[in-house]
Ligand binder design. Structure first.
Ligand SMILES: [Zn+2]
Ligand SMILES: [Zn+2]
Length: 497
């Protein structure tokens, strides 16, 4: 239902990069109303007690957008720019947070973890505002990029962002409630836009129920932003905002997300790739992640908050995120077949892929990552992985639903390169060959049958770079005999030809 709202008597011009919750806070401060009252006046909520939903951080659909724009005296384009929607085609987490019915996107109720729906990072100096009269009065912008997990630093002020309030120690805008909303304490009037709206750490004598700390007076994290990490942040922001092809940015962010999950799952295998000054922050984060897997298969709780132990979830802390993204970028851009490459070593020690803490990592590798990174992972996979991983099939096999083993396990070398042809190695080892392995006497036992089936696979491996599955495939041996199920040595197996 389209509700026509009269324009409010006064409004504000949105600040560059300002987010919708930030705009609501400043407007409420200017009009001496609560943010909830402004949300009601601008059509974001339909009743005086309702709470503006978190999904409006992502986008406003056409009708609410026009109502909001008219009421807040801004153009529809300016209202749209308060949301994250303009980044949809470039940032995978945002793409996945929206469903497209036809060509019109709208928010889903599940939020991928690389969107910071439950809290915001912030730069205290940005919140303090510049020296213009309007920012002196109502503060600076709460920026929308601070809700994307790839944003870890303020390049204007050359500092890492904070994500918590120094007084109540909670993530800002996070509060303690389980329900995800656009802002905490929406119906509390009289707070400055830069004041913490979380519940207080200790019950306050006045019983206000609000922490109230001025976040624009917070200190940034103690670690200083190095030129290398500032440059990384600049590259990431460039991907997000440049005029270039959105597909390239989308794939690069997906690559980084997959690499970040690999690094977190395989921690500390790739730890030495992180810059030394931020290694501690990443180590602290990953140590806190080392908990048993959650029983749920869902990567997100019903409240929309990411499961905190998921490897696909970025650290809340901006310094640890910078270390993780820097490491991820190195993993994505390195040549996995160089002697110092970290990818093969990392993949070698990863936990089982059935672990729910992977979240959507493998789906993202199959569908969103760049072909080159997907190829790198699968190439390393083909050559170097341990049995548990081989048993599970290639990372993208079950996802692409292809049953074509040939496509996924295409041999990199042919045996002819080594002077062998397939017919030189029989599928089922003759007794005379088996005798070589058993002191010249080959008895027909269940164990010898198993050997006669498995040894040809190992012989192929001995003269090639093929892994177990590829060698089995090369010989035409059913995958089930060499993988998850132990070979069943009974008469129901088809005979070799
Ligand atoms: Zn700043
Ligand atoms: Zn606080």
């Amino acid at each position: 239902m389209n509700v026509v709202k009269d324009p409010m008597p006064r409004s504000l011009v949105p600040l560059p990069d300002e987010s919708l919750p930030g705009f609501l806070l400043r407007l409420a401060h200017r009009l001496d109303l609560s943010p909830g009252q402004v949300a009601r006046r601008t059509g974001l909520t339909r009743s005086p007690t309702a709470l503006a939903p978190a999904s409006s951080l992502l986008m406003l659909e056409s009708s609410p957008l026009n109502v909001f724009a008219r009421s807040a005296r801004v153009t529809p384009a300016a209202a749209d720019s308060l949301t994250l929607r303009p980044y949809t085609d470039r940032y995978p987490a945002l793409t996945h947070a929206l469903v497209r019915a036809g060509s019109t996107p709208r928010p889903r109720s599940v939020f991928p973890p690389w969107l910071l729906m439950a809290y915001s990072r912030y730069c205290p100096t940005c919140l303090a505002g510049d020296d213009t009269p309007i920012q002196r009065r109502h503060g600076g912008p709460w920026k929308r990029e601070w809700r994307l997990a790839i944003t870890f630093a303020c390049l204007d002020h050359q500092v890492f962002l904070r994500n918590d309030c120094p007084r109540c120690r909670l993530p800002v805008f996070g509060g303690r409630g389980s329900r995800l909303t656009l802002l905490p304490a929406q119906h509390t009037p009289g707070l400055h836009p830069a004041q913490c709206r979380n519940p207080p750490a200790e019950p306050s004598p006045a019983g206000s129920g609000i922490c109230g700390h001025r976040l624009d007076s917070s200190e940034p994290p103690e670690v200083s932003l190095s030129p290398v990490l500032a440059e990384l942040q600049r590259r990431l922001m460039g991907l997000l905002t440049s005029e270039g092809q959105p597909e390239r940015a989308f794939q690069r962010f997906a690559d980084l997300q997959v690499a970040a999950a690999l690094i977190q799952a395989g921690w500390p295998a790739a730890a030495n790739l992180a810059p030394s000054e931020v290694q501690l922050a990443l180590a602290a984060h990953n140590d806190s992640q080392a908990q048993p897997a959650p029983s749920s298969q869902q990567p997100l709780a019903s409240s929309g908050r990411p499961v905190t132990t998921a490897w696909s979830t970025p650290p809340g802390d901006a310094v640890a995120t910078a270390a993780l993204l820097h490491t991820s970028e190195q993993l994505v851009t390195e040549d996995p077949f160089e002697s110092r490459s970290a990818l093969p070593e990392l993949l070698r020690y990863l936990p089982t892929r059935q672990d729910p803490r992977w979240g959507t990592t493998w789906r993202m590798l199959a569908h969103d990552a760049s072909p080159s990174f997907r190829h790198q992972v699968e190439k390393v996979y083909q050559l170097r992985l341990h049995f548990d991983w081989i048993r599970q099939g290639t990372p993208t096999q079950s996802i692409t639903k292809t049953r074509s083993v040939h496509r996924l396990f295409a041999p990199l070398l042919t045996l002819k390169d080594g002077g062998f042809a397939p017919e030189h190695i029989p599928q089922f080892l003759p007794e005379s060959w088996l005798a070589v392995f058993s002191d010249g006497f080959a008895r027909r036992t269940p164990r010898s049958c198993l050997l006669r089936r498995m040894l040809p696979i190992h012989l192929i491996q001995a003269v090639s770079n093929l892994n177990l599955l590829e060698a089995a495939e090369f010989l035409g041996i059913p995958l089930s005999w060499s993988t998850g199920h132990r070979p069943r040595l009974n008469t129901r197996q088809p005979p070799f030809t």
